[in-house]
Design a protein around this ligand. Structure first.
Ligand code: GDP
Length: 314
């Protein structure tokens, strides 16, 4: 990694370190303050920023070093030890920080990987407006163009127009669709849709549940019942990156009621840096698997930790 690949805020902070005649606690405080500013500006929660600062300080305890030690070399060594980097140059100084932020994205779970020849049931949950319905089609499209047999089930009986939206999207994306304009019970629709697609040996069966504007009890009850009925292999929480700091409470609320196994962060094509999504990962212990970068079906990208961290620090 070279300095130019790092976010510009971090690059500036590190340039300060490189210009400093001597590295001492004061200059490190400045570095940490710069990093803190960049992170808070990117919607990373204060709790996580504090944790991160603590981790960085812990690794760079200059005051405990014996007098006469070349501090620049110590910093290099800390980084070397942590990254097993054999040769360290000044340009690589950002790595400790990057690694610390990256570790915040480390989830305890391994992302679910659909298997060929099996019916993989993927349930989507999220608040209304998060981009859930759009992302269902995007994920369906993602697998369809890779040769999988994909079916979408619309269980959103709450929002007027959800059926039409998903049906239209499915037609455009050339994905099979199941919904019921008359039935009002989302659990029955979910069961019937999944059953039909399983009978026809569909490999990816995406279940779109309804959203609400808030974390309401009725939403969670419905979600729980659908999850209980269809027993999804993967439950994906969709979060809107523009919701910033609210994502922590949001993710926590969903985690308490369903087994959130993966996260998709949407609207990263906009101004939001997406730092709030770090809290969603911390709250659910589930990995971010994809990001949404536009309104079109093909605007879904595999999550790349390094790019995401650089964006947060940029
Ligand atoms: P739902 O209520 O959660 O199902 O949300 P929708 O799928 O209806 O999406 C809400 C709005 O967000 C729609 O206008 C979508 O086109 C838009 N949207 C969804 N994902 C993205 C994204 O990644 N980028 C952008 N710019 N817009 C998105």
């Amino acid at each position: 990694m070279v300095l130019t690949e790092l976010g510009s805020s971090l690059a500036n902070a590190l340039a300060k370190i490189n210009r400093a005649p001597k590295i001492d606690d004061k200059i490190l405080q400045i570095l940490i303050a710069d990093i803190e500013r960049a992170l808070l500006g990117a919607d990373v929660s204060t709790k996580l920023v504090e944790k991160l600062k603590g981790n960085i300080r812990e690794k760079l305890r200059l005051s405990e070093l014996p007098a006469g030690v070349d501090v620049k070399r110590v910093i290099e060594k800390v980084e070397c030890a942590q990254y097993k980097v054999a040769i360290q140059t000044k340009k690589q100084k950002g790595i400790t920080v990057i690694k610390e932020i990256t570790s915040l994205l480390d989830s305890e779970r391994v992302a679910y990987v659909p298997r060929r020849g099996k019916s993989n049931v993927i349930m989507f949950v999220g608040l209304q407006g998060s981009g859930k319905t759009t992302t269902c089609t995007k994920l369906g499209y993602y697998y369809r163009v890779r040769g999988w047999k994909v079916g979408l089930v619309c269980c959103d009986t709450f929002r007027a127009g959800a059926f039409d939206q998903l049906e239209q999207n499915a037609i455009k994306a050339k994905i099979h669709f199941y919904g019921d304009r008359v039935e009002t019970d989302p659990v029955k629709i979910a069961l019937e849709g999944v059953k039909r697609f399983k009978e026809k040996k569909f490999e990816i069966i995406i279940v779109d549940t309804s959203g609400r504007h808030k974390q309401e009890e009725s939403l969670f009850e419905e979600m729980e019942m659908i999850a209980h009925a269809v027993k999804p292999d993967d439950t994906i929480l969709v979060v809107d990156s523009t919701n910033g700091q609210q994502l922590e409470a949001q993710a926590e609320a969903f985690r308490k009621r369903v087994d959130v196994a993966s996260v998709i962060v949407t609207k990263l094509d906009g101004h939001a840096k997406g730092g709030g999504a770090l809290s969603a990962v911390a709250a659910t212990k589930a990995p971010i698997v994809f990001i949404g970068v536009g309104e079109h079906f093909n605007e879904l990208q595999k999550f790349d930790t390094q790019r995401f961290v650089n964006r947060i620090l940029g």
